[in-house]
Write a protein that binds this ligand. Structure first.
Ligand SMILES: Cc1ncc(COP(=O)(O)O)c(C=O)c1O
Length: 481
């Protein structure tokens, strides 16, 4: 009853899957960014009966092709929505190898090699952001999970570990978190999940570059402390999701020290931007953070899922998560390194071997080549910024700090009419997305609806940027008739 395959059957799966993957990578730029689609179209195009008997491989691969055709292509050179990047062949094959091995990286004992590769990769990621040699951390499903883990560690540092038995609230007045109005939504969500409450995330205003105003941060902190509340964490952004703004990290680090706060930096999107030497200074102070989120599945071109939380004090992290409650996970008779367990540092018990694809991606391309790709993305966003800032029919809505450009289409008759411009640009975005030539998402910048291009893509060229601008103009034209 073995499910193992003959050599011939194995080769057949390999060659058909390999062809599918090769064709996908080779021809992605010729596809529409998103083919016309509607809810239910995919399931209508494939066999949905529960297969009681196995089906021919050709049929399954053909349906797989349908699934790929009906997907949105995040690796297309003109996909600029949200924060999404192309995968690579080495990353895709790394996932294949990890799945074949099927190691479960719960702890060293369960996945000895995988655990050591993860520890190595985390050290590498730490060194990219100039964390000291001793940086520790863990890979996560993504930035949201990394941010939530950071918040729990931060809170336990304040309350002590007993809070895990009593509940966070029993022991005192509300615990408060500080972040700018531009911080990613995952912070408020984490505050909610962990029981602090969304309202306990104090929203700090931003300056004209959409960076946290540190004077306002201090005012909030002083007021809350005077009211007897318990401030415990300040979150800086190293690349906000809306505009790519980088908060004044050094100044925030000073405030964190003064008020005895945990300093977390959300660099899920932007932290790899430090590798662009023209931008390095913007990140000054990042290395002072107590913890940093950085997603290799965003700007290091590693396939989803690959997030990472880095921290300097692993004892603080372990204090937040360690449990000896469950008998079956007790570590018997192991020396320190071999007793290492990821369940002491995060939420998950079963964990994929995520480190393999990061290790192979870094090893195959090297940091220099990845840094060039990142720098090129920054240059392309700046190029788009120049186009829209100098054109009569466009307006740049935020400074282009990293690889995000926020702008809007402004026909002469609507100049100064924000309400109408908001409506028009919302419709333009939908029209562009529907057209399949390019894909922009949106952001609200100072109350204005912005078309937002986030370029985290090594395939994008200047011609793609120009074609996207053209697609916006044509969408506007269609809507005006
Ligand atoms: C700045 C920032 N933080 C956190 C996240 C959440 O990351 P994930 O989607 O991997 O959970 C994002 C996602 O775009 C982000 O841009």
């Amino acid at each position: 009853m073995s499910l193992d395959l003959s050599r011939e059957a194995f080769d057949e799966i390999s060659s058909q899957a390999e062809r599918l993957v090769f064709e996908y990578f080779a021809h992605i730029a010729e596809r529409p960014v998103m083919a016309p689609n509607h809810a239910g179209k995919t399931t209508a195009a494939i066999n949905v009966e529960l297969p009681l008997e196995g089906r021919p491989l050709e049929e399954l691969i053909a349906e797989c092709r349908t699934v790929m055709d009906l997907s949105r292509h995040n690796g297309h050179p003109r996909f600029f929505g949200y924060v999404a990047s192309p995968s690579t062949a080495i990353g895709a094959y790394a996932d294949l190898i990890a799945s074949a091995l099927n190691a479960n990286i719960t702890c060293w004992r369960s996945g000895p090699a995988g655990t050591e590769i993860e520890q190595l990769v985390v050290r590498w990621l730490g060194s990219l952001i100039r964390y000291d040699e001793d940086a520790k951390g863990l890979l996560t499903s993504g930035g949201s999970m990394a941010n939530m883990i950071a918040l729990l560690i931060a809170s336990r540092r304040k309350t002590g570990v007993e809070a895990s038995r009593k509940g966070l609230w029993n022991a005192g007045p509300p615990m408060t978190i500080y972040a700018s109005e531009e911080v990613h939504m995952s912070m408020a969500k984490a505050a909610d999940i962990l029981g602090f409450g969304r309202d306990q995330v104090r929203v700090v205003g931003c300056d004209e570059k959409l960076r946290m105003r540190v004077d306002e941060l201090v005012s909030h902190l002083t007021a809350d402390r005077d009211r007897g509340l318990r401030p415990f964490c300040v979150v800086g952004s190293a690349g906000t999701v809306n505009t790519g703004a980088i908060d004044p990290l050094n100044e925030i680090a000073d405030v964190a020290r003064e008020f005895d706060l945990w300093f977390h930096v959300d660099g899920a999107y932007g932290a790899p931007g430090v590798l662009d030497q023209r931008k390095t200074d913007l990140f000054a102070g990042l290395e002072r953070a107590d913890s940093v989120s950085l997603d290799p599945h965003k700007w290091l071109f590693v396939p989803v899922d690959a997030g990472c939380l880095l921290f300097r004090d692993s004892a603080a992290a372990a204090a937040a998560f360690s449990t000896e409650d469950a008998d079956y996970i007790k570590r018997h008779g192991h020396a320190d390194d071999a007793a290492f367990a990821y369940w002491d540092y995060g939420v998950e018990l079963s964990r994929r071997f995520r480190a393999l694809k990061i290790w192979l991606t870094l090893g195959y391309y090297g940091v220099r080549r990845l840094a060039e790709a990142i720098s090129e993305d920054n240059s392309l966003a700046a190029y788009l910024g120049e186009i829209v800032a100098t054109a009569d029919d466009f307006e740049l809505l935020a400074p282009v700090e990293l690889s995000i450009c926020c702008f809007r289409y402004v026909p002469p008759n609507l100049r100064g009419n924000d309400a109408e411009l908001n409506r028009l640009n919302e419709r333009i975005m939908a029209e562009v997305q529907k057209g399949g030539r390019a894909y922009l998402s949106n952001a609200t910048v100072n109350g204005r609806f912005a078309l937002r291009a986030c370029i985290t893509n090594f395939r994008t060229t200047k011609a793609d940027v120009e074609e996207t601008v053209q697609a916006v103009r044509e969408a506007a034209d269609v809507l005006s008739h």
